[in-house]
Each structure stands twice: as C-alpha cells, then as structure tokens.
Design a protein around this ligand. Sequence first.
Ligand code: CDP
Length: 207
Amino acid sequence: MIVAIDGPAASGKGTLGKRLAAHYGFAHLDTGLLYRAVARALLDAGKSLEDENEAAIAARKLDLDALDEEKLRGAEMGSAASKVAAFPMVRAALVQLQRAFATKPEGAVIDGRDIGTIICPDADVKMFVTASAEERANRRFRELSSKGDIITYDEVLADIRARDERDTNRAVAPLRPAADARLLDTTEMDIDTAFRAAIAIVDAVGR
Ligand code: CDP
C-alpha cells in the first residue's frame, strides 16, 4: 500500500507520516530531506543555490541511506531547499528514487509537496495536510526554539509565507492537493487528534 501525504511547511505531515508508518509497519520517506540535502551539498561545496546544473549533479549523487537528518533540519535549510526544489532538473533527478521507495513490499508512507500529484499519482491513499500559516508558524517556532535555534516567531512566519508562495507558484510540480486527496486541516487539532483522523482516512480505503 502507498500512502501519499502532501502539504505546506510545518503542517504536521512529517510527524503524521512517521506515526502512520510506525502504526502500519510501513517504510517512511520524508522527501523534504532530499531537497534539503541537495541544498546542503551545494552550500558545503561553496556553490551557489542558483546553479541548476550543479544542483542537478548533487541530486543525482544523493544516497537515501546517508541522509543526516540533524544536519538538514533548521529554518535556513528549509528555505534553501525550496529554492533548489524549483529547478526542473533537480526534481527530474529525484523522481526514480522516490518511485522506487514507493514499491517497498511492506508498504510506504511518503510525504512531500508533489507525491499525490506527480510521484505516486496511483497511491492508494492521498492526504493533503494543512493548517493556517499562523498555527504552522507557532508549531515550527516551538520546535526550532526547543532545539536551540535563535529565531523569532515573526521570522518563522515570514519564512513560512515565503515558502508557501514559492512552492505554490513554481512552474514545475507546484504544491497543490491531488484531485482525489482527502483534506486534513489540523489548525484546531493536536497531533493525537490529527493522527486519529489520518488513521481513519487510511482505514477507510479498506485495509
Ligand atoms: O518540514 P517542512 O515542511 O518545513 O519542509 P520540508 O518538507 O523538509 O521541505 C523543504 C522544501 O523542500 C519545501 O519548502 C519545498 O520547496 C521542497 N519540497 C518539494 O519541493 N517537494 C517535496 N516533495 C518535498 C519538499
């Protein structure tokens, strides 16, 4: 079974993806990490985030098993990721790897921006997880602050708005719900409530 979860920054899709995967015994891929890793590789090599060719080379070299989540989280990398994620050559370089992950025999939960629309248009379950920009900024602010990131709520909100804008308006694989996705607005939900709602959506397709 393939569960595709899309949604904007800090909507809770990553946490939901992780918990759903643990609940059903499926593998989990947070595809945001791939774009973050491409941006990280460019920055580490002293290359520009504007260089599509170099970004595509970095994308082709990515090793799923070598992603260092600790190094890739953080507000700065999220924003850098959304720049390289707009390059068609970068997205093309990452398609096969994501589709291969989706064929895991035990089942797969994949979260990102274009999973239900482009990567796995035939996914058994599609969810579009969202929340108001202010609530998402609240959550991300708490998460970053607890990790020691020195950042203000206003900066987090501005970053989330800028990323929403870039991800929604880019020409290739823009952020949008698949026509057959179930919408899950988590603005008024804590994570346990959102998790129960997500389980109900998966179970409804007949596990
Ligand atoms: O965790 P958060 O939602 O803040 O970000 P993320 O999921 O790690 O994604 C970082 C950036 O990568 C996003 O702002 C998108 O621009 C890009 N991305 C994408 O274009 N397509 C995906 N499937 C996943 C992420």
